[in-house]
Design a protein around this ligand. Sequence first.
Ligand code: UDP
Ligand code: MG
Length: 316
Amino acid sequence: MSSLAVVVPAYNESEGLNTFHQRLAATFDTLDLDCSVLYVDDGSRDDTWQVMEALRARDPRVATLRLSRNFGKELALTAGLDHVDADAVVVIDADLQDPPELIGTFIEHWREGYDVVYGTRASRAGETGFKKLTSSAFYRVMDRLSQTPIPRDTGDFRLLSRRALAALGQVRERQRFMKGLFTWVGYRQKAVVYDRDPRFAGESKWNYWRLWNFALDGITSFSSAPLKIATYFGFAVALVAFVFGAWVLLKAILYGDPVQGYPSLMVVILFLGGVQLMALGVLGEYIGRLYVEAKQRPLYFIDVWHPPHEAEDGTA
Ligand code: UDP
Ligand code: MG
């Protein structure tokens, strides 16, 4: 029988985890597959780990993994994906915003021969207008800038075939913008549209600062367009400054220059200074990322790993 492994990154999700597991286990029972789930505790501060361990004690299909500290969702996900071995792998959030029941549909498409099946949100209940607005702006910018088309309104909820998982496993960059990487590996990809539910319990771990940084990571790891924009902008400004300089010089030669020109001087200096700082900032963003990659640190550390029980029949 083919196998399915579900990877669930969780950070401070103890309140909702039992309900999540109930719904996931119910979904497992409808599937004609050898199912297992790997819960990844991303250094939670509440009793998420205890809840996971309790689930593992009750259900042999549960495996657990605890990171040595909070590494962030992208790395928790990576750690999880590194520790599963199955014909199909599904990634899903622990907060029930992504309905586990949809996994059945993912599996159908996987059986049709798709390698990556991803959930695209038709609606996002329980999220503020501002969040929807900024998120749609982000996708629009990404669309223009990135060479890899990144599907809109698509989270990390998706299924990967064995070869897509193996391909992703070879990508070891540190600034991991998973949405982009999932698409980047290629193979046959398929979207499934669904309605996103509000969070079941607890609250989102993403504030706007985190989201902004996430967006920066996405843009800088999938596009060097900002560098180009900075260059062209710098060129354009330099050209204008050159023409203006020539004009000032010519005027001084032709008509002489009694001490005027303080305003134009200031404007030019400030403007050029501003443009330079901006271009330096863009450079800095990329250099900072090169620096992080150059250190070649491991992506994460494992604290505890309980792999799934060996060959037990999947009913508990
Ligand atoms: N998460 C994680 N590590 C973190 C932050 C979040 O593993 O540092 C998990 C979280 O427990 C959840 C998923 O990532 O299962 C999505 O997080 P959240 O619901 O906060 O994001 P949102 O749905 O608001 O984008
Ligand atoms: Mg969520």
